[in-house]
Design a protein around this ligand. Structure first.
Ligand SMILES: [Zn+2]
Length: 330
């Protein structure tokens, strides 16, 4: 794949590397679907190199072959994504996140599905992107011997302190070198934040025992963009921000998620409509309850419809895939 340095609109200020081929299927027929921008001014004191991207715009492009969407170029700034996620969270915010039940429906669905696939006596689990550790805590309560990976030093330390479980502040490749292996690896709202996701999945496979399972939860890229366009119809000032700052950099379709898992060597790939994140009562109990009723209604209807994950109502995707055999570690 040719990767040539380019820069726009101000040469020398913030450079990009064009991405010509689809990260999940390799095809080069990509069409522009959404324009997004960078606003990283909040990093101006902490990381001026990162903040220099503020004001730049870029297109999200969708692959005609598999429906995956990715940016037409990536920032050339070394370790861009590590620097983006180096937020200095306050303790009070992390405590609030740990106690939040917003994602419990997602967590419990995934633990239930993994429990169907992994015998009770073999339940070891690695959660990639453990954040403040709530999922690790839920997993332990469900009988799993759980560990996490979390790169943000503040959330990693908080999660380890709160759960008293191992939370590794290293990337997955480092654990491969340490010959760690688990019966299950979870990627919950993580893969959409990582460019070139097949490479990540190849590494994840090396962390699984032969016969082990990976569980992936991601937003469904196309349907999230549709939802945002519908919102914008009703709210004049609503900004469609599905890719701003490249916080979401990999936008999956059902086909591309299946292809990415297969390309990484997984077998027995099962796809289903993902459970929604639910709101809290911060914006008012009545409003939150109505919003949650709507989200759960959309989720259940998407599961009920015969075309399931291919329904426009499938706003999130969950996948389970098996590692068929022991992998070479190198
Ligand atoms: Zn593709």
């Amino acid at each position: 794949m040719e990767r040539k340095m380019i820069s726009w609109p101000e040469p020398g200020r913030a450079k990009f590397i064009p991405q010509k081929n689809c990260w999940t299927c390799g095809e080069d027929q990509l069409v522009r679907v959404h324009q997004a921008c960078f606003d990283l001014a909040e990093y101006s004191g902490q990381d001026p190199g990162l903040a220099a991207y503020s004001g730049q715009q870029f297109w999200l492009q969708r692959c005609r072959s598999c429906g995956f969407a990715q940016p037409e170029a990536l920032p050339a700034l070394p370790n861009f994504f590590d620097r983006l996620y180096d937020q200095r969270w306050a303790d009070a915010w992390m405590e609030q996140e740990f106690n939040s039940r917003c994602k419990d429906a997602i967590f419990h669905t995934i633990l239930d599905e993994l429990a169907k696939r992994v015998p009770r006596t073999e339940r070891t689990l690695l959660d990639i992107g453990a954040h403040v550790g709530r999922f690790l805590d839920r997993a332990r309560q469900s009988g799993w011997r759980a560990e996490g990976i979390e790169l943000n030093p503040r959330t990693a330390a908080f999660a380890a302190r709160k759960t008293q479980l191992p939370v590794h502040q290293v990337n997955a490749q480092r654990l491969v070198l340490e010959e760690k292996q688990y019966a299950a690896v979870t990627l919950i709202d993580v893969l959409e934040h990582i460019p070139d996701p097949v490479q990540t999945l190849i590494t994840i496979r090396k962390l699984l025992l032969a016969g082990g399972w990976v569980a992936v939860k991601v937003p469904c890229g196309r349907n999230q963009l549709r939802k945002e366009h519908v919102r914008a119809l009703f709210r004049k000032r609503h900004r469609i921000s599905v890719a701003d700052n490249l916080v979401h950099v990999s936008h999956f379709s059902p086909t591309s998620l299946r292809r990415a898992l297969r390309a990484a060597g997984f077998s027995r790939v099962f796809l289903t409509v993902g459970a929604p994140e639910l709101g809290t009562a911060e914006s008012g109990a009545v409003r939150a309850n109505l919003s949650n009723l709507f989200r759960l209604g959309v989720y259940r209807m998407a599961r009920f419809l015969p075309w399931g994950v291919r329904s426009p109502l499938a706003l999130n995707l969950q996948a389970y895939a098996q590692n068929p055999s022991a992998c070479a570690r190198a």
